[in-house]
Design a protein around this ligand. Structure first.
Ligand code: DAH
Length: 345
């Protein structure tokens, strides 16, 4: 009798081993048969009372082993079925198909315009010099020959830092001229791009923050003719080989003589349009020969060296190049506006 029961349990164990359910339904049947609430292993535990005392322990262990074998096999079957299902899903993926398009964004029109300017000047040996936006009074004004109470300070309504009459947001990139000349001796050939600030009412034409590129060239025997040729080269590279320039006498405290430079309007070929206000010319920069006072202030020998400088706004040029009619668009970060520059340089 006892041997029979042992054999019966062995038989169930064998059965579990050879049972090989193939699909989810068969696996479920396996579970019901061996692990469900009415499974066939449970009654085997009851048989223990028919087993002689000295065999009870062995019998108990055997039935437990059967139960464990069923549980183990079920777990294996389940995870094999799950990974098969995963693979089947993966089988649909075409690894050679083109990827989902990634939205790469685009360069800002100010960056595009600035990159062009940097590229043009770096080809003739100008290095990029960047410097601070929070500047002191001396570098922004005094060193640039604009002492306190000089009326020219009124041209640039300035943001001063709270509790300070000495620290300010730079009003122009000309401060980088002073920064450069006080830290290095000629020859100096730099362009200084960056953001500048003025206390101006925001409108379609003006903003309290904008960008400039300063230029500075100091060496022996640098003349006004060198400046004119350099700026003509720039204008023709930027706006096309037919572009003409026009220098109009002007005043800046840091240059003598000073000029404002216009380029012939490339939109209407100088015929007259709304961009050039029907004059055929568009003003893009101020320039001049560096005033000897500025050289003196910055510790450069003004008997030995001469030089020229210029400062130009980037917004004005970007607006002209891309025919943008409101400067505020450049600062609003509206993706619908910015996405239009995807294919730009
Ligand atoms: N700093 C002047 C401005 O913001 C622009 C300028 C004019 C810069 C003449 C120069 C220059 O270097 O020579 O209006």
């Amino acid at each position: 009798m006892a041997t029979e029961i042992f054999e019966k349990v062995q038989q169930v164990l064998e059965e579990i081993k050879v049972d090989s359910p193939q699909n989810p339904e068969e696996i479920e049947q396996f579970r019901i048969r061996y692990l469900g609430s009415k499974n066939i292993i449970k009654p085997l535990f009851g048989e223990i009372r028919n087993v002689p005392n000295e065999k009870k322990k062995e019998f108990g262990q055997l039935v437990n082993a059967v139960k464990q074998a069923a549980e183990q096999k079920f777990q294996q079957l389940k995870s094999a079925a799950e990974s098969a299902a995963d693979q089947a899903e993966g089988a649909d993926i075409d690894l050679t198909a083109p990827a989902e398009p990634v939205d790469l964004g685009s360069r800002h029109p100010i960056s595009i315009t600035l990159n062009r300017i940097i590229d043009i000047f770096s080809r003739i040996g100008f290095a990029v010099a960047e410097n601070r936006e929070i500047e002191d009074d001396w570098h922004n004004f005094t060193a640039m020959n604009t002492p306190e109470d000089h009326p020219a300070r009124d041209m640039q309504d300035t943001f001063y830092l709270k509790d300070s009459t000495k620290m300010l947001l730079r009003t122009h990139t000309s401060s980088v001229q002073a920064r450069t000349m006080t830290s290095q001796q000629p020859p100096i050939r730099i362009i200084a791009p960056g953001r500048v600030y003025r206390n101006e009412t925001i409108s379609a034409r003006s903003h309290c923050q904008f960008h400039q590129v300063e230029g500075l060239y100091i060496d022996e025997n640098v003349s006004f003719a060198d400046m004119k040729q350099t700026l003509l080269y720039f204008a023709q590279e930027m706006y096309g080989p037919e572009t003409k320039i026009r220098l109009r006498p002007s005043f800046f405290p840091f240059t003598e003589p000073s000029a404002e430079m216009d380029v012939s309007c490339f939109i209407c070929d100088a015929e007259g349009c709304s961009v050039c206000k029907y004059t055929g010319w568009v003003e893009i920069l101020g320039c001049g020969m560096v005033d000897p006072e500025v050289l003196k202030n910055c510790g450069i020998d003004h008997e030995k060296y001469t030089g020229f400088a210029w400062g130009m706004g980037i917004e004005r040029q970007a607006m002209m190049l891309y025919q943008i009619n409101d400067i505020r668009l450049l600062f609003e970060n509206d993706a619908r506006f910015l996405n239009q520059f995807k294919s730009a340089w």
